[in-house]
Design a protein around this ligand. Structure first.
Ligand SMILES: [Zn+2]
Length: 58
């Protein structure tokens, strides 16, 4: 089992799932809100939330 986080931005009033574009490189890319540009580490309006998803397939 593993746990991963799904990120959401609530800048529109309801949570919108943030897509994290997967790169072929090893550099981790933060999920970014396409509407307001917020990221988990740059979230001035506190609109970023996450949910922890348990993946039982492991
Ligand atoms: Zn946003």
């Amino acid at each position: 089992m593993s746990i991963y986080r799904k990120w959401y931005c609530t800048c529109t009033g309801k949570p919108i799932e943030l897509g994290s574009k997967e790169l072929l490189e090893d550099e981790p890319l933060e999920p970014t809100c396409e509407l307001c540009g917020a990221t988990p580490s740059s979230d001035p309006k506190k609109t970023i939330i996450y949910r922890e998803i348990e993946d039982w397939d492991d």
